[in-house]
Design a protein around this ligand. Structure first.
Ligand SMILES: [Zn+2]
Length: 287
């Protein structure tokens, strides 16, 4: 039956059902609750766009991102911009983090350029320790060795993860995982955004089983039982929750809250949920 529903319909229906069970505090109440580990396990959204890769290249201000986090109860978010140059992605993330140094964690976007040495730009922000990871998107550049390997090597040397959207390309993901055992690879969307292909998701869980440097990003995963299966197979310490937001459908707060409820509703222990929703990211990023 789920296959007949759109993702939004499914998440909306399920969130409404769970909202009846778990009281979600009103925004005004939440605003007075200090964010942070004192109010429960830390919640970290590990996948937030300052600039999206959609057709409109939608951008969200750091203010909107943090206001949304406040209302949903998200302590910290990993932020990055895509569909722009590496240099501009650095500027956007630096400006955001300057405003909210305790809330936002910047990743640099790696987009190769013939005329500019982006590896130097990437090294520059990683060596200062300000940027905690690298974002790579196969939608904008090839993941061929001659393009992506220098980035993976640089990330490994600086001890930061690469969040990679490989668009479901399992052989390429496997080659990267095998070739760079010292680089943590976060496979976005457990392989492919909104995938309903269970075999494909199985392959990527299998990749994480085979290579301990592979983590799975759970944003855009719509077959939620695969998340429970991933916990059984690789444990929750290599699974990362993210919203892939902000998203205005239906509004940024409801969207993020639905994504959070997606994890909270799973048949998992509280410890596994705490890992997925924040602890894994804290350990990975040294937060
Ligand atoms: Zn994304």
């Amino acid at each position: 039956m789920r296959d007949n529903l759109t993702r939004r319909q499914f998440l909306g229906t399920a969130a409404a059902a769970s909202a009846a069970l778990t009281e979600i505090p009103a925004a005004s109440e939440q605003a007075e609750t200090p964010a942070g580990p004192t109010s429960g396990p830390r919640i970290v959204d590990s996948h937030v766009h300052l600039r999206h890769g959609n057709a409109a290249r939608t951008e969200y201000s750091p203010e909107t991102i943090v206001e949304t986090m406040d209302q949903v109860g998200i302590d910290q978010s990993v932020v990055f911009a895509i569909c722009t140059t590496t240099g501009h992605s650095i500027e956007m993330a630096e400006a955001a983090v300057k405003k909210y140094p305790d809330r936002l964690i910047p990743y640099v976007y790696a987009l190769p350029h013939y005329q500019r040495p982006v590896i130097k730009e990437i090294e520059g922000v990683l060596s200062g320790g300000r940027f905690r990871g690298v974002k790579i998107h196969a939608g904008e550049c090839t993941l061929a060795e001659y393009v992506v390997d220098p980035v993976l090597d640089t990330a490994g040397k600086h001890g930061v993860p690469c969040l990679i959207d490989c668009l479901g390309n399992y052989p390429v993901a496997r080659r990267m995982a095998q070739s760079f055992p010292k680089t943590k690879l976060i496979v976005a969307h457990m392989g492919r955004f909104l995938s309903k292909d269970k075999e494909l998701l199985d392959q990527f869980i299998g990749l994480a089983e085979e290579f301990s440097n592979v983590l799975l990003d759970l944003s855009g995963v719509v077959i939620v039982e695969k998340i429970e299966e991933a916990v059984q197979r690789i444990g929750s310490a290599r699974l990362l929750w993210g919203t892939d937001g902000p998203d205005k459908q239906p509004d940024t707060v409801t969207y993020a809250r639905n994504e959070l409820e997606k994890i909270r509703r799973l048949s998992l222990s509280e410890q596994d949920k705490a890992n997925i929703l924040g602890r894994t990211a804290c350990n990975l990023l040294g937060l």
